[in-house]
Design a protein around this ligand. Structure first.
Ligand code: FAD
Length: 381
């Protein structure tokens, strides 16, 4: 087999890692993005993202997150950037939370280090965290935070060092009524290749309206960074782990790189247009966040917002990824549906895409297009 060519559309975390792994497999890769790698509109764009292997009973994501952590460390070493902080993740839950029990069971089966903590143990270990109403907790030490935008930039830089050609251009929506795909940019340039990987995140439904339209719901999500009190080291990443409270719908990353104490709202927001949306946080969100802080991190209840971001999730109905071929074009692969939790899995997604294109792997049934309903029924956390 001679060198085969592939065009990857989208240089977010999924496209960047797909391009990198395909190039290492010997493919001639062109990576195209409308606005640039991890640009301000992309889902991969923030300063940080949570990395964790805990996923309830969804063992596949535990496996992929564990494999990905090795991939991230490889990328950090190769690029010379410090990307991951294994500061631990603390899952907070109600008493007898099935999610924590299921997470612990998968951790035991797969040998992932973890500790069960009672509310009293959490209070003793992390006194800056208020435990009123807290039932139970699970601590995953080999988890934490990744410098997200920097990590995508590093993946693209290493991909280019492996021969990937990067291009800033927008690909037009594909005409899915044709028997063969035509992939062209808005200036009319045709991008010819043996294979296409469409990793356009929240834009996937627009790119493939017939195949994907209605199967990915793009929701507005808000993130707030609160300034920590002066001279107070209790909210630094080495003093407090990343924490997730799925029941309350909040999660957070302590003061990474002195950027502020990050609070994310995980409940799905209203629909958003990723191209045109004004990314200004609604004041009601700040008020809701403060109510939560007053309970869980009382010392920050009155802290000022020092930064804020409006991002978007690209949700499949259940939250499972979408990684499959196009229903009529076997040379076109659809890679997306990160659904608010995809970032950490970038390396595993890239490996899987390279395996699929080489015929070394089959489509994972959970990620198949056929199973993707247009009715929201979130099941992955
Ligand atoms: C607020 C928020 C918090 C999150 N928190 C976490 C977390 O803590 N941990 C975690 O693991 N995950 C998290 N996620 C999820 C994760 O960030 C996403 O699943 C992941 O970034 C999706 O990456 P992607 O490459 O599919 O999409 P994107 O990053 O959106 O990349 C798609 C790219 O395609 C380009 N593109 C689109 N259309 C075209 C076109 N026609 N032509 C050319 N280029 C095009 C875009 O410019 C963009 O750069 C979070 C997401 C959000 C929004």
């Amino acid at each position: 087999m001679g060198t085969r060519s592939v065009v990857v559309v989208g240089a977010g975390v999924f496209g960047a890692w797909s391009a990198l792994r395909l190039a290492r497999d010997g493919w001639q890769v062109t990576l195209v993005d409308a606005y640039g790698p991890a640009n301000g509109r992309a889902s991969s764009a923030d300063h940080s993202r949570v990395v964790r292997a805990g996923y309830g009973r969804d063992e596949i994501y535990t496996r992929w997150a564990t494999a990905s952590l090795t991939g991230w460390h490889w990328l950090a070493k190769t690029s010379g950037h410090r990307l991951v902080e294994e500061s631990g993740v603390l899952f907070l839950g109600a008493h007898g939370s099935p999610h924590l029990d299921e997470t612990a069971a998968v951790f035991r089966d797969l040998g992932v280090e973890h500790q069960r903590l009672s509310a009293a143990e959490v209070a003793a270990r992390f006194p800056q965290l208020g435990v009123i109403g807290l039932g139970d907790a699970l601590y995953e030490p080999r988890a934490g935070a990744i410098r997200a935008r920097q990590a995508v930039a590093a993946a693209v830089a290493v991909a280019r060092a492996h021969g990937v050609e990067y291009l800033t251009a927008r690909v037009r929506p594909l005409d899915e009524t044709q028997t063969t795909p035509t992939v062209e940019t808005t200036d009319g340039t045709r991008l010819e290749a043996d294979r296409y990987v469409l990793a356009a995140g929240p834009w996937l439904a627009g790119l493939l309206p017939l195949a994907v339209g209605g199967r990915i719901r793009v929701t507005r999500q808000e993130l707030l960074y609160f300034g920590v009190p002066a001279g107070d080291a209790r909210f630094a990443l080495d003093a407090l782990p990343v924490w997730i409270d799925f029941g309350a719908g909040f999660y957070g990353i302590p003061d990474l790189d002195a950027h502020g104490f990050k609070l994310g709202i995980d409940r799905h927001g209203p629909p958003i247009d990723p191209d045109a949306a004004e990314r200004i946080v609604h004041p009601e969100v700040v008020a809701t966040a403060r109510e939560f802080l007053a309970r869980r991190f009382p010392a920050l209840a009155a802290a000022p917002v020092v930064d804020a971001r409006v991002c978007q999730y690209e949700n499949t109905a259940t939250g499972d990824f979408l990684i499959d071929t196009h229903p009529t074009w076997e040379q076109v692969w659809i890679v997306g549906g990160g659904s608010g939790h995809g970032f950490k899995h970038g390396p595993a997604v890239g490996t899987h895409v390279a395996d699929l294109l080489a015929g070394r792997a089959a489509v994972e049934p959970r990620f198949a297009l056929a199973g993707k309903s247009s009715t929201a029924a979130r099941a992955v956390y």
